[in-house]
Design a protein around this ligand. Structure first.
Ligand SMILES: Nc1nc2c(ncn2[C@@H]2O[C@H](COP(=O)(O)OP(=O)(O)OP(=O)(O)O)[C@@H](O)[C@H]2O)c(=O)[nH]1
Ligand SMILES: [Mg+2]
Ligand SMILES: [Zn+2]
Length: 333
C-alpha cells in the first residue's frame, strides 16, 4: 500500500495529541509527588531550574520548584515532597526568610542571590584592582538589607610594602566608618584564622568581582572539599566567571558560607532616595539637620548638613561622590 501523506490538519491533530500526552504525564508526575509527605530542607545550590536540597538526614537531593513560588535561592529553608523513588523532589513552599540579598539582573529584573544570611563578605583584591565605587555599592546593599558587611582584601602576596601601605590607607576610610577589614592571601594562607573567626556561628556570603579569589579562599577554609577555581585572563586582568552558581558550604568550625558567582558590575535598584542616604552610615548623624526638610543633598543645596560635614571632615568627599553617582544611576533607570 502506498504511503499515505498526512494532511496538514491531521499533522496538527497528531502534534496536539502528543503535547496533551506530555502535559498529562507531567501532571501525573507532579500529582504523584504531591501525594508524598512534606519534609523540610535547606537549599544548598541553585542551577537555575534545578536545585540541590540538603535534607534533615544531611542527604542531597535534586529538586525543582513548584510554579509560581518565585525565586528559590541558596540558604532558603523550604518544604519539599519527593517522588516514590525519592530521587527527585518538588519544592512546594519557601519558609519565611530573615534576610534576602538580590541585585539587578537583565531587563530591569531583580536577580535573587541568597536568603537567610547574616553577614556579607565583600571580597576585593590586588587583581582585579580595588574599586571603591563597587565596594560602596555592595555596602549600600548590605546596609539596605541590614546585613553586617566585612571587607576582605585578598592577594596581599601580589603587593610590595609600598603598595600595601597605599591600600591600607585607602581602606582605612572604611575602618573608620566601622567596617571590619581583613587582609588575606589564599596563596600564602594569610589571614585565614581571622576570616574563620568572623564566619563562625553565622550564615555568610562571599561576593565581589569575578577573579578576586572568593572560591580560592573558601577552598583554603575547606581543604577537603573540591571547589572550582579559575584563571585570571592575562589579557584583561579579569576573571572568567568561574563560579557560575551560588553554593552553600558548612564550615567545620561552625557557620555556613555561600560562594557566589562574581559580577562585572554590581548595581543598586529598588531603593528610595531616603534609604540610599541612610545607607551611607556616616550621613546618619546629620540626617534631619539640613536647612530645608526636602533638601536633596546636592553640592549646591543651601544649608545641606551632609555637604557641610565634608568640610569638617566627618564625611569623605570620595564617599559623597560615590553617593551622588549611585543616585544618578537610580534616576537613569
Ligand atoms: N596571587 C594570588 N592569586 C590568587 C589568590 N587567591 C586567588 N588567586 C587566583 O585568582 C584567580 C581567581 O580565583 P577564584 O577563586 O576563581 O576567584 P573568584 O572570585 O571565585 O572568581 P569567580 O568565581 O569568577 O567569581 C585564580 O587564578 C586564583 O589562583 C591570592 O591570594 N594570591
Ligand atoms: Mg568563584
Ligand atoms: Zn542636605
Amino acid at each position: 500500500m502506498a504511503k499515505r501523506r498526512l494532511t496538514q490538519q491531521q499533522q496538527r491533530r497528531i502534534q496536539g495529541n502528543q503535547q496533551q500526552r506530555i502535559a498529562r504525564a507531567k501532571h501525573d508526575e507532579a500529582e504523584q509527588i504531591l501525594d508524598s509527605p512534606e519534609q523540610s530542607g535547606l537549599v544548598i545550590a541553585n542551577y537555575g531550574k534545578q536545585l540541590v536540597i540538603e535534607t534533615a538526614d544531611a542527604e542531597h537531593i535534586l529538586c525543582r520548584s513548584k510554579q509560581n513560588l518565585g525565586s528559590v535561592v541558596c540558604g532558603d529553608q523550604v518544604i519539599y515532597q519527593t517522588s516514590e523513588e525519592e530521587q527527585r523532589g518538588l519544592i512546594v513552599a519557601i519558609l519565611p526568610r530573615r534576610s534576602f540579598l538580590s541585585r539587578p539582573g537583565f531587563a530591569g529584573k531583580i536577580k535573587a542571590i541568597a536568603a537567610n544570611i547574616d553577614r556579607i563578605f565583600i571580597v576585593t583584591a590586588a587583581i582585579p584592582e580595588l574599586n571603591e565605587g563597587m565596594l560602596d555599592r555592595y555596602l549600600v546593599a548590605a546596609e539596605q538589607n541590614e546585613l553586617e558587611a566585612i571587607i576582605v582584601f585578598n592577594k596581599l602576596d601580589l603587593l610590595d610594602e609600598q603598595q600595601r601601605a597605599e591600600i591600607e590607607t585607602r581602606l582605612c576610610l572604611y575602618r573608620e566608618l566601622g567596617y571590619k577589614v581583613i587582609y588575606t592571601s589564599s596563596k600564602l594562607e594569610h589571614g585565614l584564622e581571622q576570616l574563620l573567626q568572623e564566619l563562625e556561628q553565622y550564615t555568610s556570603i562571599m561576593v565581589g568581582q569575578s577573579g578576586v579569589g572568593k572560591s580560592s579562599l573558601i577552598q583554603q577554609l575547606l581543604p577537603a572539599t573540591e571547589i572550582r577555581i579559575g584563571e585570571i585572563s592575562e589579557a584583561t586582568g579579569k576573571g572568567a566567571h568561574t563560579t557560575t552558581t551560588s553554593r552553600l558550604y558548612h564550615l567545620d568550625s561552625g557557620g555556613d558560607l555561600i560562594d557566589s558567582p562574581g559580577v562585572r558590575e554590581f548595581g543598586i535598584t529598588e531603593i528610595s532616595s531616603e534609604e540610599l542616604t541612610a545607607a551611607f552610615r556616616e550621613f546618619r548623624p546629620v540626617l534631619g539637620h539640613c536647612q530645608f526638610r526636602n533638601c536633596d543633598h546636592l553640592e549646591q543645596s543651601a544649608g545641606c548638613a551632609i555637604v557641610a560635614a565634608i568640610s569638617t571632615g566627618d564625611v569623605s568627599k570620595q564617599r559623597y561622590l560615590s553617593y551622588l553617582r549611585i543616585r544618578e544611576s537610580l534616576v537613569a533607570d
